[in-house]
Ligand binder design. Structure first.
Ligand SMILES: Cc1cc2nc3c(=O)[nH]c(=O)nc-3n(C[C@H](O)[C@H](O)[C@H](O)COP(=O)(O)OP(=O)(O)OC[C@H]3O[C@@H](n4cnc5c(N)ncnc54)[C@H](O)[C@@H]3O)c2cc1C
Length: 416
């Protein structure tokens, strides 16, 4: 069994399947370490990799008994049941590992998603996205240096930051930057310049995917911490120090973050053997099997499940991994896999020092509005669940206790 992508879904699946009789698991990831993506906001605001519980795949492979192969999926040859991995270079561009091939009996694609640039001029050159740990570190590094310049350099003014997109990522990042960011290049803390954060939404509605109650609660909290919200404002160009709207308005921005949703990674379009939708997600049946091949499955952000409303969240990827961990052994034993059914458990958002709000679905199907500590604790619950699967109950609990008694008590932020 080859699993390509060790993120929120793929890693949980590898751990759950490893050690099952008759199944050998190979996990392939382009990176040597795993970071749970919903914590990337914290890294953007200054948390180091160790603080967001980065884990080495090699250690997890030894612990659970799967094989880890570092490499980047480049192509799939379904008739030969083979995947191809890119060559790898060192930091100076020297080719160290050549292209490789890996054979499979069953392939699971779990390579996640990326932010679409929507073809807007200047996004690639000047805007930051939050797709990988390296992106979050680059954003923090720029934030730090620009904050230093805004305090002791030539441009001593509050630092303009524009975040494009009022989905959960944009909103949570805005709250975190406005309340929690601590640039590394500045001390003491009270020397920190105020960030002028503007959140921009193309349609007339703020947070169009949310209900009216949450929308109002989030808006109030963001405005309380000084975030400006502009709706009905389509960005047509991003430059180094400003953005422009399609109506010709110019907004100053020393730091622009592009957070306009999720699509599958570009590699999806380059792999001809499997069909994808217009969001570059592989089309899969309700059983999570590719519409083209029964021995290829896909889950998480890179998959579009027929007739399902599963959103691109860690919650959905984890549910799909859990489902496949039950169904793949049945499939290997010659039985037909059963259909996946997404169960929405709620939406939670933590807004840094501005608090947390959300909605949880009760067992009876009613939605319960929650706020403050209850909402923040519920967010931690989602991450704890991931750690309990990936680290096991003993280590997962040990980590929870360590955090409870450590002076730096983990994220105050968010959830989808
Ligand atoms: C900033 C941010 C905040 C978020 N907050 C929340 C939240 O609060 N709650 C929530 O439920 N969801 C949240 N999400 C969404 C959530 O992180 C994703 O939906 C979830 O991680 C998807 O899981 P996945 O397994 O599909 O992919 P991912 O977790 O993205 O993992 C994909 C893995 O594939 C690897 N990979 C990629 N390309 C290749 C390749 N070519 N070859 C080999 N390996 C490859 C990557 O290195 C990665 O390890 C957030 C996302 C972001 C970016």
């Amino acid at each position: 069994m080859v699993i390509a992508g060790g993120g929120a879904g793929g890693l949980e699946l590898a751990v759950r399947l490893a050690g099952q009789p008759g199944i050998g698991v190979f996990l392939v990831d382009q990176s040597p370490t795993h970071i749970w993506k919903p914590r990337l906001h914290e890294m953007a605001a200054g948390a180091r990799r160790g603080m967001v519980d980065e884990m080495e795949y090699a250690g997890l492979a030894e612990r659970w008994g799967f094989v880890f192969v570092q490499g980047s999926l480049r192509d799939i040859a379904p008739d030969a049941r083979r995947i191809e991995l890119d060559a790898m270079e060192d930091g100076e561009g020297h080719r160290v590992v050549g292209e490789r091939e890996l054979e499979y009996d069953v392939l699971v694609l779990a390579i996640g998603g990326v932010t679409p640039d929507l073809g807007v001029d200047g996004v690639t050159e000047h805007a930051f996205m939050l797709d990988r740990a390296e992106d979050a570190e680059a954003l923090f590094s720029r934030l730090s240096l620009a904050a230093l310049d805004a305090t002791v350099g030539e441009c001593r003014d509050a630092m303009d930051t524009v975040i494009v997109g009022t989905g959960l990522t944009g909103v949570e990042l805005a709250a975190y930057l406005a309340t929690d960011a601590q640039p590394a290049a500045l001390a003491p803390r009270d020397a920190r310049p105020r960030l002028r954060v503007t959140l921009v939404e193309a349609v007339d509605e703020f947070m169009p995917s949310m209900g009216e109650t949450e929308r109002r609660a989030v808006r109030e909290r963001l405005e309380d911490v000084g975030v400006t919200i502009r709706t009905g404002c389509q960005i047509s160009r991003v430059a180094a120090d400003h953005v422009e709207t399609d109506e010709g308005t110019r907004l100053d921005s020393r730091l622009t973050v592009w957070a306009t949703g999720r699509v599958g990674p570009p590699i999806v379009d380059e792999i001809d053997a499997l069909q994808a939708n217009d969001k570059r997600q592989w089309r899969v049946r309700k059983t999570l099997q590719s519409v083209d091949r029964r021995d290829i499955f896909a889950l998480g952000d890179c998959a579009a499940v027929e007739g399902s409303e599963a959103p691109p969240t860690a919650q959905a990827a984890s549910e799909q991994a859990n489902h496949l961990a039950r169904e793949l052994p049945r499939y290997c034993a010659g039985q037909a896999p059963r259909a996946f059914e997404y169960r929405h458990k709620g939406t939670l958002m933590s807004l840094g020092a501005a608090g947390a709000v959300g909605r949880l679905r009760s067992g009876l199907g009613h939605d319960l509005q929650i706020r403050g500590r209850v909402a923040a604790a519920a967010y931690r619950g989602l991450e704890r669940q991931h750690e309990m699967v990936v680290l096991g109950r003993v280590r997962g609990s040990a980590r929870m206790f360590k955090e409870l008694f450590s002076p730096q008590r983990g994220p105050r932020v968010k959830v989808h």
